[in-house]
Design a protein around this ligand. Structure first.
Ligand code: PLP
Ligand code: COI
Length: 341
């Protein structure tokens, strides 16, 4: 199979239409079998539930070319499970796990020419999503839904690749206690748009959101969880019921303990503790691990000792080990790598 003529090493995080995507519709209480299509357009009612009341959820995972030339994805079962949690919270039908994984497999396989070659730094981003498609005008769940999966080749989420980021403590909240912060609903991202646009205008790369109830504990950013490293090399990550349970973070916690022999604490992290850390990183599928060099809390500048030029040493080890597992350079824990081709 011949790869597309794309400048893989200079890709940003953007959308490039690929050849095939998967579509299945839900009607009369059941999912139709669904299948691949070349049609990238969606046609729905002007009154569709997703357009009126934002009834939409999504997932994000990646396909990689391994060192020995295979195409693999990373823990797609966990994306399927998280999408099930998201669907239940927004009163949407569950797209069954086995069918979710099979749809991902079909779309990646059909677009194999778009899976970036090994060593280019690019990957194939996979976006499964689901939305209410029939007319809804009183506030209630839709009766009909569409599940889709498309893929697009991507480079680094943050411009500049692995250059440390400057972030600020946001004055906006991302998620309320007992709200929807722990699921991957489009509405969580819509309400973060003003915060990210104003953060960029003010010269910051991202927002650090705090817990909405007390505004004293670190939660996450708009698209990634936090990992911190203490001065004595402990990995610390926020525990909260209103952050997204990142698959990357959960994997890194395992990697830190089992591959690197590090101590890991999952606990509440007060903002007042930020000055104590040696390293900070943002972790997620899109972010991988993006190092943070500086955190600004209303005029208080917290400069991480790892500096503005490089990732800290522990963050680097975590990054190398995780990407080593994903690209087939290191042995993966049982069940983490799902081979496609
Ligand atoms: N937090 C938020 C708000 C996200 O959007 C994402 C991205 O999916 C993550 C965290 C990271 O999750 P994962 O590692 O499963 O991609
Ligand atoms: C992901 O990492 O998959 C996400 O969905 C985050 C988003 C900011 C692109």
């Amino acid at each position: 199979m011949e790869k597309k003529n794309i400048d893989w090493s200079n890709l940003g995080f953007g959308y490039i239409a690929t050849e095939q995507r998967f579509v299945s519709n839900y009607k009369n209480g059941a999912w139709e079998e669904g299948g691949l299509t070349t049609d990238s357009m969606v046609t729905i009612s002007e009154c569709a539930g997703v357009l009126q009341y934002a009834q939409t959820i999504f997932e994000g995972l990646k396909a990689y070319t391994t060192e020995d030339g295979r195409i693999v994805t990373f823990r797609p079962d966990l994306n399927a499970e998280r999408m099930e949690q998201s669907a239940r919270r927004l009163e949407m039908p569950v797209f069954p796990k086995e069918r979710f994984i099979e749809a991902v497999r079909q779309v990646v396989k059909a677009n194999a020419a778009y899976v970036p070659p090994y060593g280019t730094g690019a990957t194939l981003y996979i976006r499964p999503y689901m939305f209410g498609s029939n007319p809804v005008i009183g506030v209630k769940p839709a009766d009909e839904y569409q599940f889709r999966v498309f893929v697009t080749p991507v480079g680094p989420y943050f411009k500049g690749g692995v250059k440390p980021l400057t972030i600020r403590v946001s004055d906006f909240d991302r998620a309320a206690p007992h709200g929807t912060g722990h699921i991957k609903a489009g509405l969580n991202y819509a309400m973060s748009l003003h915060a990210i646009v104003t953060a960029h205008e003010d010269g910051y790369d991202e927002n650090m959101y705090l817990d909405a109830a007390t505004r004293t504990y670190v939660e996450e950013t708009g698209g990634a969880n936090f990992l911190f490293v203490t001065r004595d090399n402990k990995v610390v990550t926020p525990k909260s019921s209103s952050i997204l349970p990142s698959i990357t973070r959960r994997s890194l916690v395992y990697v830190a303990k089992e591959y690197l022999g590090l101590e890991v604490e999952e606990r509440e992290i007060p903002v007042s503790e930020l000055g104590e850390f040696a390293e900070c990183g943002l972790c997620g599928t899109a972010a991988v691990i993006s190092p943070v060099g500086k955190i600004v809390d209303h005029g208080r500048e917290i400069c991480l000792p790892s500096g503005m030029e490089h990732m800290g040493p522990v963050t680097q080890k975590l990054y190398d080990t995780l990407t080593g597992i994903q690209m087939g350079r290191l042995k993966a824990p049982e069940g983490w790598i799902y081979q496609i081709g």
